[in-house]
Design a protein around this ligand. Structure first.
Ligand code: ATP
Ligand code: RIB
Length: 303
């Protein structure tokens, strides 16, 4: 049985579509509005739960508010098979909120109010120490406080858990925590923020990966949108191409990729096979609107 521990954020995503993004000082009427269940941690936990095999266990350590968004998300996650133990609803705080503006050309801008996500401190994380005990993989992102991310990575590493960091959203400072990261999965922007190298080609990706290896990361997987993902690892280095699909909404593509990657690795797939599995899963996500509701179930993927 595989056991995956996801730690991270949950957000109520308020999504508005525009012909183009409003400029500073400009007010635009949106074409449509919808409220989605999102947040990088939650999206990745949902991806793990939907894509793993029936005998696997997925835990998600997160903080929600005691509000309708928090209640609804929790209910849906339990239906997807995420265990309840790590989910905390904090009194007098609201669930994290993301305001997402999407333009017709696919560009977006996102503003986040952390809400209860900011309450997931190292001390709060320690209350869930038992969930680390049997985990083989820990997957974490950068939407919770930085000291919590460092603490989680350090704790997991000490316990022999394989640590996977999706360094999103992009940050360019405080790289100390990389010494506790086994696998890192930046997109092009995040790879540039971490290394200073603008990633426009496989060669650039390889160069950025070498710098991340120098910081102590064993395996680097740089996602390249519709081009796929570049792997730099002991066993395999090269590009695994994406599937050709008609993308309509890429929100949660990266999150699906990360969840699927960890599921694949937890089932003993090679890094190249796990990235192929992750490409297949996220190719489905980009053909659907929304964040968590766009993430596929295992039976939707080719065997
Ligand atoms: P997002 O922030 O939009 O969720 P991201 O920037 O973190 O995503 P990307 O590199 O854009 O990550 O995409 C992650 C993975 O999703 C890619 O490696 C690829 O497998 C898949 N993907 C993204 N866009 C497309 C596309 N247009 N067609 C097919 N697959 C795609
Ligand atoms: O990765 C997509 C997520 O980023 C959205 O669901 C939004 O909440 C932001 O955190």
């Amino acid at each position: 049985m595989s056991h995956i521990l996801v730690i991270g954020s949950a957000n109520a995503d308020h999504v508005m579509n525009f012909e183009y993004l409003p400029a500073p000082g400009q007010t635009l009427m949106s074409r449509s509005y919808r409220l989605e269940h999102g947040g990088k941690g939650a999206n990745q936990a949902v991806a793990c739960a939907r894509l793993c095999q029936a005998d696997s266990r997925v835990d998600f350590i997160c903080h929600l508010g005691q509000d309708s968004a928090g209640n609804e998300m929790r209910t849906n996650w339990l239906k997807d098979g995420i265990k309840a133990d790590g989910i905390t609803q904090v009194a007098n705080m609201s669930t994290g909120t993301a305001m997402i503006f999407v333009a017709d050309n696919g560009e977006n801008s996102i503003g986040i109010a952390a809400g209860a996500n900011a309450h997931l401190t190292p001390l709060e994380l320690d209350k869930h120490y038992a969930l680390f005990a049997n985990a083989q993989f820990m997957l974490i992102q950068l939407e919770t406080p930085m000291d919590t991310v460092s603490h989680a990575l350090q704790t997991a590493k000490r316990l022999g858990i394989t640590t996977v960091l999706n360094p999103a959203p992009a940050v360019s400072s405080q790289l100390d925590y990389l010494k506790w990261v086994d696998i890192i999965t930046p997109n092009e922007t995040e790879a540039e923020a971490l290394t200073g190298i603008e990633v426009n080609s496989e060669e650039d990706a390889n160069l950025a990966a070498q710098l991340l290896h120098q910081q102590g990361v064993t395996t680097v997987v740089i996602t390249l949108g519709s081009k796929g993902a570049f792997i730099s690892s002991a066993g395999f280095t090269g590009l695994i191409p994406a599937l050709e699909v008609q993308a309509i909404d890429t929100v949660a593509a990266g999150d699906t990729f990360n969840g699927a990657l960890v599921v694949g690795l937890s089932e003993g797939m090679s890094i190249a096979a796990a990235v192929g599995f992750a490409n297949a899963a996220s190719a489905i996500t980009v053909t659907r609107d929304g964040a968590q509701r766009a993430i596929p179930y295992r039976h939707e993927l080719p065997r």
